[in-house]
Design a protein around this ligand. Sequence first.
Ligand code: GLY
Length: 425
Amino acid sequence: MNVLLVGSGGREDAIARKIRETDTLYSVITNENPSIMGLSRGVMKYTIDSQKIVDFAQKNKIDIAFIGPDGVLETDLVDRLLENHIPVASPTQKAARIETSKEYMRNLMKKYRIRGDIENTLITNREDLEKFFRENNGEYAIKPIGLTGGKGVKVMGLQINGTAEAVAYASGILEKDGRVLLEKREIGEEFSIQAFTDGTHIAFMPVVQDYKRLYEDDLGPNTGGMGSISDQNFILPFISIDTVNEARDILKMIVDAMKMDGNPFKGIIYGQFMDTARGVKVIEVNARFADPEGINVLTLLKSNLVDIFLDIYSGTLKDNIKFINKATVLKYIVPPGYGIKPEESELTIKDGIESDNFKLYYSSVSGTMNMVKTSKSRALALIGIGNSIYEASDIVEDKLQYIKGDYYIRHDIGTEQMLKRKIKG
Ligand code: GLY
């Protein structure tokens, strides 16, 4: 099969390696990712002009296409590929609205009375915004409706102190976008559930937890994600199976609701949930593999990814997808100053870093496999595979000796100390 992959971050490197286990890869890239380029038979630079990507797909007789990043799912690319009879295992522009419009997501949950919704208000003018904060006490998450790269949501009591700051931040979004979403702040442990779906059938992947905050001990600003963990039994030691099953049911209800709504979703659906004292709450729904969490599950995937893509496209997805029963810990190496005042740097990687229990994925970098130039975004994803989360974390720490240069990494992700604190609650 000739498979087209759009995207060139760490998540796409993990997808590319799975594709290349069995099939031929053609890639559309934004940065000259040395790993993806090395795996690809043909490469083109990403353009917003979807017709050029359709031409590339036709020229290379693509059998199935897959889109990695949310920013591309927001464009008309999937629709244009489908119109040109190129099979795609990603959602249409309209179905991707489950991620690209939080207004659509909340309205869908309300309309179909899906459990796990959070009390929310959409504000479209300054007067209503001021009235809202005059009449409502308590803390809110302030969210732009559209994509934010994980960095646009601010929560009162975390990144925002007091009502005046909340009004100022929400006003800025209102001025720019004409609308802002205010969601009641929920408190609890967050976790991610990703699933393959063909619009009718759904197959769940192992549960993963993402570490979004920049600094150790979950302090500092939110980032695209500094790392992520999964356990060998596919749930997490601090999240109960009942909670996981409830979140899975909610994700299935969302897929069913989209079908009933005449907007079926095909591809990877990813729910970010919170385990609160008042039950499982939906924080976000996304239309793609998570990054980093997608890398954890793709590293464990035993089944053939291209066959799954074909089943998603043709509506024949089966719930028999297999993963390796191991724990994983991923830690992202990022450039110095990342998330605040990033500076590009160069990293050297010694040969022999990869082993059966360790993989290195290349993200927003260019250069060669042994010497990369970073951008201002995440650079290298290091993932350890162990019999326990602690062991997987230690594997990553041990492999750092192979990487030299100026960088920042959160060492605390997956350590015994962190896990014990979470299990105690
Ligand atoms: N894990 C954050 C994201 O993929 O949006």
